[in-house]
Write a protein that binds this ligand. Structure first.
Ligand code: 2BA
Length: 107
């Protein structure tokens, strides 16, 4: 069994969720915040069989768009530095982690 954690843009959440639901995959949604932009994003968790990983990742990918976001001047770059002028970054489509699950129980 695997656990898929995907960080996606919040605007894609409904489409991703709908695609998973239509294909009989259960999911959990978390409201998260990106460490770099400090902006809200969404993380979706799906537990699935090993053989379904590609299908789940494909569904998430197909509903997650790439977007340009502007990081404003003054945003922190690291502990000592801030961004001196606004920069564009490409965010997404989805950042996906696939984890091995040792045991899965519903009790
Ligand atoms: P954020 O951390 O807010 O990052 C948003 C976007 O800013 C990133 O898009 C990337 O294009 C850019 N970015 C991030 N750190 C940067 C840096 N030090 N210098 C220049 N540009 C930087 P994505 O790579 O598509 O990531 C989207 C979101 O996925 C991230 O939001 C974060 O919440 C999550 N994420 C990405 N990689 C991760 C990782 N290795 N571990 C945990 N979460 C991750």
């Amino acid at each position: 069994m695997k656990m898929i954690m995907a960080v996606i843009h919040s605007d894609d959440l409904n489409a991703v969720n709908k695609a998973l639901y239509k294909n009989n995959f259960q999911s959990t949604r978390l409201a998260t915040t990106g460490g770099f932009l400090s902006a809200g994003n969404s993380t979706i968790i799906v537990g699935c069989k090993d053989e379904d990983v590609e299908k789940v990742c494909g569904l998430i990918q197909s509903e997650s768009q790439k977007r340009e976001e502007v990081v404003p001047a003054g945003a922190p770059l690291d502990v000592n530095n801030v961004i001196s002028a606004p920069i564009n970054v490409t965010v997404g489509g989805a950042t996906i982690f696939v984890l091995n699950i040792e045991e899965f129980r519903k009790v």
